[in-house]
Design a protein around this ligand. Structure first.
Ligand SMILES: Nc1nc2c(c(=O)[nH]1)N[C@@H](CN(C=O)c1ccc(C(=O)N[C@@H](CCC(=O)O)C(=O)O)cc1)CN2
Ligand SMILES: [Mg+2]
Length: 297
């Protein structure tokens, strides 16, 4: 069997297009564009790439992008003071602080300073709490992107066995909650899970979000399972000066012979993160103007 590829890149492009159309209509109605502020502290190479992509995608989707770059030695109070200025700025609908933060900056303290009404990353404890109790709020972009891909493929996830490998606040835990909300039977596996291959073997849906290159093996999978690979791991380059190959948390080449459907890395889950970020920003803008958020996004 060769699995069907789940084309997150194409799905994300389509979502960005639809967000762009709704954002143009929003600008007409509101007399201003929706705005996203992105804060980058330090010069982590991967973060630079992501922040640049976010800025470009925001502008391409008919929204305003505000980029704030701060040096790596920025004091926490100065970073929080910037977040507070963005909270008070009516042109800013969404605020995102790019993670990871350098040095000893306390990510939780910085995220806590974001107005929950502008928390388009969905990382604030209020957003997490709202997701947990089933109230409206911002959902982290990567897991929301994953559930969109799953619903697109399966429609109804009701009664399916889902295993989420990884329990981070940003992916694993919200992912499990979203699957539970979709009436899947959910197991969260992690580094202390006993007999992980046996746990994965029962899953109709596997979401791998551990950050360990090619850890999930083909012979762990139930034949026909849908595999969502959230991992983005760069392997050591074969030769000096070259860029190492990007791989997921799943041994893709072998897994695609067993799975029913699988996301590739790159081009699977990754592109969904930015598309959903734009979607969340547009929803925030509608809320700030007292408008009904666009349906079906
Ligand atoms: N404040 C946030 N920080 C971080 C988030 C986030 O959602 N909010 N997520 C990641 C980084 N990230 C966005 O910020 C992100 C990661 C990967 C991709 C992506 O499209 N990846 C491509 C491959 C890219 C490459 O070649 O390196 C893919 O998988 O196809 C987009 C966004 C951590 N920080
Ligand atoms: Mg840190």
């Amino acid at each position: 069997m060769t699995a069907e590829l789940i084309d997150g890149k194409a799905f994300a492009a389509n979502l960005r297009e639809r967000v762009g159309d709704h954002a143009a209509a929003f600008a007409e109605k509101a007399g201003r564009k929706a705005g996203l502020a992105v804060v980058l502290v330090g010069a982590d190479a991967a973060s630079e790439v992501y922040v640049r992509s976010k800025g470009k995608a925001t502008v391409a989707a008919n929204m305003e992008s505000f980029e704030h770059r701060l040096p790596a030695d920025t004091a926490e109070e100065d970073l929080i003071a910037l977040v507070e200025r963005l909270n008070a700025d009516p042109a800013v609908d969404g605020i995102l602080v790019q993670l990871p933060l350098p040095g000893d900056l306390d990510e939780q303290a910085v995220i806590a300073a974001i107005d929950p009404g502008k928390d388009v990353d969905g990382f604030h404890v209020e957003s997490a709490g709202r997701l947990m109790v089933g109230r409206e709020g911002f959902v982290p972009c990567t897991p929301l992107g994953c559930i969109m891909l799953l619903k697109d493929r399966h429609g109804d996830l009701s009664g399916m066995n889902a295993v989420v490998i990884g329990r981070s606040n940003i992916v694993g835990k919200p992912m499990a909650q979203l699957l539970l909300d979709a009436n899947a039977t959910v197991t969260i596996a992690h580094s202390r899970t006993k007999d992980l291959p046996e746990v994965v073997q029962r899953a109709d849906i596997v979401v791998a979000a551990v950050g360990r290159a090619e850890m999930v093996k083909a012979d762990w999978l139930k034949p026909g399972a849908t595999v969502i690979d959230v991992g983005i791991n760069r392997l050591a380059p074969a030769e000096e000066g070259a860029k190492g190959r990007l791989v997921g948390d799943v041994d893709f080449e072998a897994a695609k012979e067993v799975a029913g459907a699988i996301t590739p890395v790159p081009g699977g889950v990754g592109p969904m993160t930015i598309a959903v970020l734009l979607r969340n920003t547009l929803v925030a803008a509608h809320m700030h103007e007292g408008l009904d958020p666009p349906v079906g996004l």
